[in-house]
Write a protein that binds this ligand. Structure first.
Ligand code: GTP
Length: 332
């Protein structure tokens, strides 16, 4: 037994010295291998965990990067849209100013002038009478889907049938003037014809401000244009003054055959919708001119009534105010 033990000691000695621990205590080589193995396993586990963590972080960063890219491209697209809208708005302004200028030039050139370059006055009247000729001035805005016949309507009313047939899609807004005598009063209409296409919608909204009247046109042969009347009403209610007069106007009544088909709007449907908004209602043919003067006269009467009521209320308020002042003076 002892000799075998010595042999083992003799053969184990060189390896044992190599496996001696730093503090000089020698441990079993098998144990040391196990220990090393465990330590390696632990490092492997830690490294694995770090790898998983880093991969997750990488995915997170990549996702954030994608989100940022999306935001930047959306912001760039929004900015581009803004620029396009601004350009459209400027183009519309230029078109409307050009149109106004043309009308004013036409008015100026058709006005008779005296030798000293002042407006001529009819015999028996004076300059003041001449200026007083226009008793009312109303701003009217035309809205409705593209192609319902807004431009045709207003050109027929202001320029006659021939001019009415030469229309092209409105860009932004166009401006017209018309003098009409209703209830014995000469009324000047300043009419803004707006584009029905969606991209000009925000521009159109800005024209409702200070408008005395809005003509909301639909095409009696196109149900779609009628179904959009509620949306247009929403825009009007949101942006126009409370006392604005709105007329729902069904156009293209001359197209009788198409009116009898399914895709048409019957008169009572138009009237019922207008009634639900307490609006005026009329049907016309901008092409033939049928009903357009009557519709405008109805609109003017309503605007005159609204203005009269406003004047009456203002006077009443001033009277009450004055009475209050004089009453408080006498009591002091
Ligand atoms: P946007 O300027 O795009 O908003 O269109 P709009 O509503 O001003 O329509 P527009 O007056 O340009 O008319 C569109 C088309 O409908 C044109 O071809 C007109 O000739 C035609 N049109 C307009 N009114 C009538 C009408 O009473 N009867 C018929 N048959 N056609 C009409």
């Amino acid at each position: 037994m002892s000799s075998t033990g010595e042999e083992i000691a003799a053969t184990a000695e060189p390896g044992a010295s190599a496996l001696a621990s730093q503090d000089g205590v020698q441990s079993n080589p098998a144990d040391q291998l196990v220990e090393e193995n465990e330590s390696l396993q632990a490092r492997l586990t830690t490294t694995n965990a770090e790898l998983v963590h880093s991969s997750a972080r990488l995915r997170e960063v990549e996702h954030q990067l994608e989100e940022q890219e999306k935001i930047y491209s959306e912001a760039a697209a929004d900015q581009q849209k803004d620029y396009i809208a601004q350009c459209d708005s400027l183009k519309a302004d230029i078109a409307s100013l050009t149109s106004q200028l043309t009308h004013l030039k036409n008015e100026l050139s058709s006005a008779p002038v005296t030798d000293d370059n002042r407006p001529a006055t009819p015999a028996g009247t004076n300059v003041t009478d001449g200026l007083q000729k226009i008793q009312r001035v109303f701003k009217v805005v035309l809205v409705g889907d593209s192609g319902v016949g807004k431009t045709t309507f207003i050109r027929h009313l202001c320029l006659g049938q021939e001019a009415a047939n030469a229309t092209s899609s409105t860009v932004g807004v166009d401006f017209y003037t018309k003098l009409m005598t209703v209830q014995g009063q000469c009324t000047s209409l300043k009419i803004w014809d707006t584009a029905g296409t969606e991209r000009f919608r925000s521009i159109t909204k800005s024209y409702f401000r200070d408008a005395n009247g809005v003509l909301l046109v639909y095409d009696v042969t196109a149900v779609k244009s009628f179904s959009h009347v509620r949306q247009w009403m929403g825009d009007i209610l949101e942006n126009a003054d409370d006392h604005v007069v709105v007329m729902v106007l069904g156009n293209k009544t001359d197209v009788v055959a198409e009116r009898l088909e399914d895709d048409s709007v019957l008169t009572n449907h138009g009237r019922t919708l207008a009634d639900s908004y307490r609006s005026l209602f009329a049907e016309v043919s901008a092409k033939t001119g049928a009903g357009i003067a009557d519709a405008m006269a109805m609109m003017i009467r309503a605007m005159q009534d609204v203005e009269d009521e406003q004047i009456r209320r203002t006077r009443l308020a001033v009277d009450v105010d004055n009475e209050g002042k004089s009453g408080s003076r006498s009591c002091c």
